[in-house]
Design a protein around this ligand. Structure first.
Ligand code: AVI
Length: 353
């Protein structure tokens, strides 16, 4: 592993200077009329970047991949022939929506965490076989654009009413689960293999949080990508068209634009690695030559060695029993599992008994 050093100005005077520089930069680049929430979000981004680039190996958090361009690039990834998650899950929902929802008696509410386009929820709601009562749908996402698009998609589905929560999963889940209008049973959806972007301890914490928010008779539906041959996994995350590379590199573009970074894109290349011991695909940005990169809003100048990488994302791949075991450890009963053997993808239903 590299011995590259971060060189924030560490003496008391220098630290104060760095902090003032960062604050000055943030004030200069903040668009006129930015809300307090936007200003706070940018400050948090700067603080996270400063902390994570000081780690060994250097890291950046995957949630920052999704600015407006990053979200578009992710949508394009979902259309790529080498990235099969989205289509496999859609197929399973089309085929089994009735069975997935039938086993939750008196289903009147759905909470979707990370709502995407709303298309999957529309499939599920449209495929429900018995609909004695209207279905109240809570969409939870930090992206207003995703909430908007999902709400519009679901507006075309009969008997569905929509409530949006612009919030992180945990906060939105709490808001939706404590709604005074909640009655009957609730099904939480966590689709798209988003569970794969959690490290094991985070995945366990996620299952426990959802379990705590639910009551007897409720359910949780989780989509998870499965372990498959390395060549397929690596191609899914390093596609021949370079869309995933653009998605990854855009994080540096975003740091340059929003935080006054000096990353030279020509020096960084995208890399996807299968880490078999940890059962995850890792995305890294590989630095081709040694250099210093300044990030004004974070008040840092970071040293890179040639060959060093920034680890930007992990996508854990499961075997079917392992995903069931994660839910069971949090107190769920594992109901049924639907598997697309061709693409290697599973949707698992957990119940609260
Ligand atoms: C959102 N998430 C489930 C995707 C994944 O497969 O881990 C993000 C992604 N990263 C690169 N390609 C897709």
């Amino acid at each position: 592993m590299s011995k590259a050093l971060v060189h924030p100005r560490v003496d008391a005077v220098g630290e104060a200077t760095a902090r003032r520089d960062g604050a000055t930069f943030l004030a200069e680049v903040e668009p006129r009329g930015a809300s307090a929430a936007e200003t706070d979000a940018r400050r948090e981004f700067a603080a996270d970047v400063a902390r994570d680039l000081a780690l060994r190996p250097k890291r950046l958090q995957p949630k920052y991949l999704y600015d407006a361009l990053g979200s578009r690039l992710f949508e394009a990834i979902c259309e790529l022939p080498w990235y099969r998650i989205t289509r496999a899950e859609r197929r399973l929902l089309e085929l089994h929506a009735g069975a997935m929802t039938d086993s939750i008696a008196d289903l009147t509410g759905v909470i979707e965490l990370g709502c995407g386009s709303g298309e999957k929820l529309a499939l599920l709601a449209g495929g429900m076989r018995r609909r004695a009562r209207p279905l109240r749908v809570h969409l939870v996402d930090i992206s207003p654009a995703a909430l908007d698009l999902s709400a519009r998609t679901l507006a075309t589905v009969p008997h569905v009413s929509v409530v949006t929560h612009r919030a992180a999963y945990e906060v939105g889940l709490r808001q939706a689960a404590t709604s005074p209008l909640r009655h009957g049973a609730t099904l939480v959806l966590f689709l798209g293999s988003n569970i794969g972007n959690f490290h094991p301890a985070e995945a366990d914490a996620f299952f426990r949080t959802v379990r705590r928010a639910l009551r007897r008779g409720d359910g949780l539906l989780v989509g998870a990508d499965l372990v498959k041959p390395e060549v397929d996994l690596v191609r899914a995350y390093d596609d021949p068209l370079g869309v995933t590379a653009a998605f990854d590199l855009n994080l540096l573009v975003r740091i340059n634009r929003e935080l006054g970074g000096t990353f030279d894109l020509a020096d960084f290349t995208h890399e996807a690695r299968w880490n078999a011991a940890e059962s995850r695909v890792e995305m890294h940005l590989h630095c081709g030559r040694s250099q210093q990169v300044a990030i004004a809003a974070a008040g840092i100048s970071v040293a890179f060695e040639a060959g060093e990488t920034i680890w930007t994302e992990s996508s854990y791949k499961y075997v079917p029993d392992a995903i069931a075991a994660r839910g069971a450890a949090a107190g769920f009963a594992c109901g049924e599992q639907w598997i697309d053997a061709d693409a290697g993808f599973a949707v698992t239903l957990f119940r609260v008994d």
